[in-house]
Design a protein around this ligand. Sequence first.
Ligand SMILES: O=C(O)C1=C[C@@H](OP(=O)(O)O)[C@@H](O)[C@H](O)C1
Ligand SMILES: C=C(OP(=O)(O)O)C(=O)O
Length: 448
Amino acid sequence: MSGHGDPIPMMSQRGPALCGEAHVPGDKSISHRSLILGAMAVGETKIEGLLEGQDVLDTAKAMRAFGAEVTDHGEGRWSVHGVGVGGFAEPAGVIDCGNSGTGVRLIMGAMATTPITVTFTGDASLCSRPMGRVTDPLALFGAKAEGREGGRLPMTITGAVEPMPVRYTVPVPSAQVKSAVLLAGLGAPGKTVVIETEATRDHTERMLAGFGAELTVEESGEGRVITLTGQPELRPQHIVVPRDPSSAAFPVCAALIAEGSDVLVPNIGLNPTRAGLFETLREMGADLTYENPREEGGEPVADLRARFSPNMKGIEVPPARAASMIDEYPVLSVVAAFAQGPTVMRGVKELRVKESDRIDAMAQGLRAAGVEVEEGEDWWIVHGRGQGNVPGGATVESRLDHRIAMSFLVMGLATTEPMRVDDGGPIATSFPVFEPLMTGLGAKVGRA
Ligand SMILES: O=C(O)C1=C[C@@H](OP(=O)(O)O)[C@@H](O)[C@H](O)C1
Ligand SMILES: C=C(OP(=O)(O)O)C(=O)O
């Protein structure tokens, strides 16, 4: 089991208004996929703006172990010399995906239709997360998985010798499961069909098409039907990774709750499968605007401008929007504490199987900070206390979960008393420059 070393206690407190520009790093989902698809293409893929967070670095290391030549050229520029679909070599050692669900699940899919045997592991958080949701459909291709009880890491997968294409309806709203099946489908002859009843982030579909795979997407009575023709020769690409809306969420939400703030977060990808948080904040009455809207690399992009919004109201977040903001519920619940009235979040059972049980982690921390929270298996309600009326003064466990750590550090910028987290180390998995970026805006956040 891997880990990130000694805990790094952090704290945040009220201070001056936040102002200036926040240049957040590249998108985590697209960064993982750039490396994996680059490794499955024939020839050299060039990447600009790769997120150099630990999750993505672990995926880069894994791709090297499978035989791809992965080179860091500095300042977010990377290249991947791929080995082609079906060309993965058997790694000499264990593949350690650290804290990353996306990394391990997508890589399992990518190797499952090549006849090699691979052992996967991760940190204590990743070793507690369900992998059966991926190994079940991979078994339909002919792959065999052996792991701990309940489908947990460490786990050894032997790829199919004669893979069969599959038709699979994804039983949980998960882009990781969908993507694992599609990546496995690359190695199987014929057509692999994946059906999702709730649309999730569509980066894998868009990028597979960009790499030259034959792929169609149709809406039908069954849901979103994705059909992929297997065993293509993927063409290397030049990828410019857009900036991550899930990271942008932190400076945006901080500006909304910290008195007097006015922050610009430029160049944020607003793919509709990712932008649910911003829509929700606007419905709550946030002063959040999309400036200079444009298209880049086929994706909608805008500069987000967030200003202090003292009169936000709690709302019922439409459950149909959950997948498009699944990683943003923790920080939304912080904003909800500063709004007036209840914010109701339903249809969010998936939050219980992330890096931590995010409903429980946020509910406990919010309560410790003086905010009333109700919860059930797949819902929770945060009772907002209104701006200027949230006590804070708590030390919260981040539970190896970057988004829990960052959410409570954002909260402390507007609570009466400072907030502390026991360990800010996990922040490096997705947003390694969080602290300098926030202090650059004027935020009082740092090591405790
Ligand atoms: O496919 C992806 O890149 C991701 C999918 C989501 O996970 P699930 O597929 O488990 O919902 C999300 O939470 C994660 O941060 C990134
Ligand atoms: C859930 C997340 O990541 P992963 O599943 O890749 O660990 C996240 O980044 O919030």
